[in-house]
Design a protein around this ligand. Structure first.
Ligand SMILES: [Zn+2]
Length: 60
């Protein structure tokens, strides 16, 4: 199961394991470099899918 978090630098959405969400402090910065998925662990990487597709996956 996966969740999505937005990078505080580039504002792209990154997929992260749902189990990791609880360990992220809402008040602290989260940037792509923090991503354990190295394919998307850099702000220069494009977003995995469009915001619309992410919303669809989240059922929004
Ligand atoms: Zn970023």
């Amino acid at each position: 199961e996966s969740a999505w978090v937005r990078c505080d630098d580039c504002f792209k959405w990154r997929r992260i394991p749902a189990s990791v969400v609880g360990s992220i402090d809402e008040s602290s910065r989260w940037i792509c470099m923090n991503n354990s998925d190295k394919r998307f662990a850099d702000c220069s990487k494009s977003q995995e899918m469009s915001n619309e597709e992410i919303n669809a996956e989240l059922g929004i």
